[in-house]
Design a protein around this ligand. Structure first.
Ligand code: AP5
Ligand code: MG
Length: 217
């Protein structure tokens, strides 16, 4: 299966992508996690992305599209993938369509996680991520780790993202409304969009997502 996850910052894309990818046996590809890994390793790509990310702005398409394509071409993605945070504007959505056409493959569905803005702000404020693996996501109140500051899955150290500040979150939400929301209509026109309410517990949302993807495929 080839799926795109869409939703505002803090909607739970990473949380759900990690669980769905395990269930569907396909890799979770997060452009945000790829950028953060590059920043951690101090690569030129990471250095370029960091300023945009910390400010809450989208990283330019020239950098992002090439990185996403390279990841989708890796062998573990040959039979499917779950894209989290890509595409994030119409230019990226069109570039993805061209890439898929070149490869002779298609998307199976686009899952849109709908969450009110006051809830995403609360989710982001308490988020903690694992240093070893950005897919391991916790929340101090809603989804707390068993031991404070330690990842349940691998024992890694938990940290708060540098773009989870009030100012950067405000910009990320603006970027989402102005640049990312238009792709929802784009995929609706292609008959690929499934929207689910993403309020409720993590497990409730996962169950809704699996049901929605079954009906869509
Ligand atoms: P990215 O890393 O993609 O961030 P984002 O889209 O802002 O989304 P988040 O990761 O903040 O939220 P999420 O939806 O994954 O929520 P999560 O599961 O963590 O991008 C970061 C930056 O990288 C961008 O701003 C941009 O600069 C750059 N970038 C990335 N992709 C790009 C692209 N394609 N083009 C250009 N630039 C790009 O959950 C949030 C919290 O809520 C967690 O604490 C979690 O435990 C909790 N939670 C999850 N589900 C629930 C639930 N059901 N109930 C209660 N709490 C929950
Ligand atoms: Mg995420």
């Amino acid at each position: 299966m080839r799926i795109v996850l869409v939703g505002p910052p803090g909607a739970g894309k990473g949380t759900q992508a990690h669980l769905l990818a395990k269930t569907l046996s396909i890799p979770h590809i997060s452009t945000g996690d790829l950028f953060r890994a590059n920043i951690g390793q101090g690569t030129p790509l990471g250095l370029e992305a960091k300023g945009y990310m910390d400010a809450g702005r989208l990283v330019p398409d020239e950098v992002t599209i090439g990185m996403a394509k390279d990841r989708m071409l890796q062998s573990d993605a040959a039979n499917g993938f779950l894209l989290d945070g890509f595409p994030r504007n119409l230019g990226q959505a069109k570039a993805l369509d061209e890439f898929l056409a070149e490869q002779g493959i298609k998307l199976d569905g686009v899952l849109d996680l709908e969450v009110p803005e006051d809830e995403v702000v609360k989710r982001i404020a308490g988020r903690r991520l694992c240093r070893n693996n950005g897919s391991h996501v916790f929340h101090v109140a809603y989804n707390p780790p068993k031991a404070e500051g330690v990842c349940d899955e691998c024992g890694g150290e938990l940290f708060q993202r540098s773009d989870d500040t009030e100012e950067a979150v405000r910009v990320r939400l603006e970027e989402y409304h102005s640049k990312t929301e238009p792709i929802i209509g784009y995929y609706q026109d292609q008959g690929l969009l499934v929207t689910i309410p993403a309020l409720g517990t993590v497990d409730e949302v996962t169950a809704r997502a699996i049901e929605a993807l079954k009906q869509d495929s």
